[in-house]
Design a protein around this ligand. Structure first.
Ligand SMILES: NC(=O)c1ccc[n+]([C@@H]2O[C@H](COP(=O)([O-])OP(=O)(O)OC[C@H]3O[C@@H](n4cnc5c(N)ncnc54)[C@H](OP(=O)(O)O)[C@@H]3O)[C@@H](O)[C@H]2O)c1
Length: 275
């Protein structure tokens, strides 16, 4: 059985470094993926208000029969709901929809200039104090903004969830976050499928008699990053989970680090802050 590594947040929480992403998973597909994932040993589920799947995630959790304290649950506040009263409301509504008493991690999904960051961070700190969330973090924050979020918050900013994969190796952002004590969480780690036809990654996968998906997951984990691929169907879920046990050689890591191609799938052109 695959042994998922854990990383420690500044809050002291032990966080599974591998989880299931649920963007675009709704209805029965979402319920099944969440239930199957938890039943096969996943310990971390990533959702968001914006994915409109909280109630499906809740059913998947219930169907899995897995106890609440055995998995880590993240959700995110949309950029349209970042005023203080909205943040408090979203926190309370989210736990109800998810059928839980608390979430482990609550993120600002995207930054906005419409509400002062201090106001949003202050409200998120209130949700930590009231027990709605155990930790807080951000998503899609550039280096300046994540630094500012850390300065403004009493509770630690535990993660910055950003696009991160072999075609977007955000070395400078990773360094800034590491210096701040902020763990990077990699979204779209499998580039929504683009990596599967990459000859360099295929060669590493063949060498280890494994899949490209596992190679990418193992690479991200080796960098101290949390990785949350989305998958539906037991075959993909199992393939990805096995990636946590793959040990890459030093030269494999160097090869992946040196992939020259740059692709940003989520350009954030609809938000006010540039990456
Ligand atoms: N914070 C943000 O702004 C943000 C933005 C984007 C994503 N995210 C989060 O990150 C998660 C992951 O990112 P993503 O969904 O964009 O993309 P991704 O995880 O890079 O790729 C998902 C795609 O890869 C396929 N796949 C998964 N495992 C596979 C395998 N072993 N072999 C072949 N194909 C496989 C999936 O197909 P099947 O479904 O058929 O398995 C799906 O089409 C999201 O679900 C979401 O939770 C956050």
């Amino acid at each position: 059985m695959s042994k998922i590594p854990f990383i420690t947040f500044p809050t002291g929480q032990s966080v599974p470094q591998f989880g299931l992403g649920t963007w675009e998973l709704t209805g029965d597909a979402c319920r099944r993926s969440v239930a199957d994932a938890l039943a096969m040993g996943y310990k971390h589920i990533d959702t968001a208000v914006g994915y409109s799947n909280h109630t499906d995630v809740a059913v998947g959790i219930k169907d899995s029969g897995v106890a609440r304290d055995s998995f880590f649950l993240t959700t995110k506040i949309p950029p349209s709901k970042l005023a203080r009263s909205q943040v408090i409301e979203v926190g309370k509504t989210s736990v109800k929809e998810l059928g839980v008493e608390y979430v482990d991690l609550l993120l600002i999904h995207w930054p906005t200039r419409k509400v002062p960051l201090e106001e949003t961070i202050g409200a998120m700190n209130e949700l930590v104090k009231s027990g709605i969330t155990r930790a807080i973090g951000v998503s899609n924050f550039n280096q300046d903004l994540v630094t500012e979020a850390c300065r403004l918050s009493d509770a630690p900013i535990c993660t910055n969830q950003v696009e991160y994969h072999p075609y977007l190796n955000q070395t400078e952002l990773l360094k800034t976050c590491t210096d701040l004590g902020v763990v990077i969480t990699a979204y779209s780690p499998l580039t929504r499928g683009k990596v599967f036809s990459d000859d360099t990654l295929k060669a590493i996968a063949i060498k280890h008699k494994t899949t490209v998906s596992q190679v990418v997951i193992a690479w991200l984990i080796s960098k101290g990053i949390i990785v949350i691929p989305k998958a539906s169907g037991k075959a993909h879920l199992e393939d990805n989970l096995a990636g946590v046990s793959l040990q890459l050689d030093v030269d494999d890591v160097t090869t992946i680090e040196n992939i020259p191609e740059t692709i940003r799938l989520v350009d954030g052109s609809w938000v006010e802050y540039p990456f």
